[in-house]
Design a protein around this ligand. Sequence first.
Ligand code: ADP
Ligand code: ZN
Ligand code: MG
Length: 485
Amino acid sequence: MTGYEAIIGLEIHAQLKTASKAFCACPTTFGASPNVNVCPICLGHPGTLPVLNRNLVAYAVTLGLATNCQIRRQSTFSRKNYFYADLPKGYQITQYEDPICYGGSVEIETDDGVKRIGITRIHMEEDSGKSIHDLDIDTLVDLNRAGVPLLEIVSEPDIRTAREAYLYLQQLRQTLLYLDICDGNMEEGSLRCDANVSVRKVGETRFGTKTEVKNLNSFRNVEKAIEYEIVRQIEVIESGGKVQQQTMQWDAAKQQTKVMRSKEQAHDYRYFPEPDLGPVVVDDLWKEQLRAALPELGLARKRRFMAAYGLPSYDAAILVDDVAVADYYEEACANLGTADAEAYKAVSNWIMTELLRIMGQQKCGIREAGCTPAQLASLVMAVKNDVISNKTAKDIFPAMLETGKTADVIIEEQGLRQVSDTAAIKLLVDKVLADNPDNLAKYKSGKTNLFGFFVGQVLKASGGSANPGIVSSMMKEALDASDPQ
Ligand code: ADP
Ligand code: ZN
Ligand code: MG
């Protein structure tokens, strides 16, 4: 490994959440029965004409603006010709020489700090249908996906490690979700990633020959495949061989890459301008309207969470990763009725431990986890105001979920209000000391670790309702004041 560095560029395909396909009115719904979302246009029947979906262009520009790209005022579509059973027209409508967006970048936060990954281009294209091979019969073709709009996002070869590739993909996915233009589901194929990988000796300025690993359908596979490919290429070079320019596939079962085909060249596709579609024009007015509609994105929101709520980077990153969780967090904080860093952190803790756990178990969103932002805020404030201890809060959390009541109501109903009344606590402190003369003597002769015992006795005597902080300080005072026996 040492002595080499890897060069990585990702090509990501994002399936868009437009209601209809790129060039016809068919719906894009996932999971429909095979071959029902089709029409003569997406089936490629002779004599039909494509009509461009305006939302496809709007989504492309929106993503371009969100990733700091230049937006091309006028761009065109091309035909990429190849033969395959799931491509009824015999060509894919895509963009070639003049992609709608170019020259952008995405920031990732690595362990060594912020790094900018360049985006070469984002272009619009249509998806192919799906060939289903994994049945015990012949291959089947489902054309529901044919013509579904895609954005292809091509990165500069700026990525150096599998980890950086992972972070870049994660950042881009988060942006797509924040923009609400792609559902980001890698298993269902709405987000697909191809990794281009090469290695070179450290100090070398030219790139080595790359391989392209296709269709990595999970974050884990992206990371694993890149790691594998880096090691494989170094071994090839170290044993005196040359890396072949090839298209590979990740075999998740065997945990290795395997060759699919030798790399095809652009001229193999005989790209030429799509004669049935005019140029795509994005004027300044439209572009600025789309820019004005951009939401606050994940990384900006994360930085704001750290500044405004005093959260650690770790918390902020987890909270903003899911827009709904981030919204929930802000709503809960607004419900606290006070600007208090400790309470803000407590809200974060409850979400990160309890709510995210429930969401994982029940495979639901945070709003379905059973605790409203107002309920959570009431719980946090009850602890903050010393009405209940942290332990009692943990105990009543399930009751909150079950009943939908706020913490305050449950505390009153169950009489859980902790005793902060110093006179009442003082009586208990004195009683415990009076009841335990032996231990008091031992304490006074130096066995100060008995302190916990005394505090415990008072808490026990109060039935767990005494405020532990107050008990502790009053006990200390009483012990210091008592005479040696
Ligand atoms: P191709 O001609 O194979 O389509 P491109 O130049 O269009 O290659 O680049 C495709 C992707 O591969 C981009 O993400 C780019 O950053 C990346 N890439 C280009 N050259 C290399 C290389 N030598 N090593 C690793 N990645 C590369
Ligand atoms: Zn159609
Ligand atoms: Mg290329």
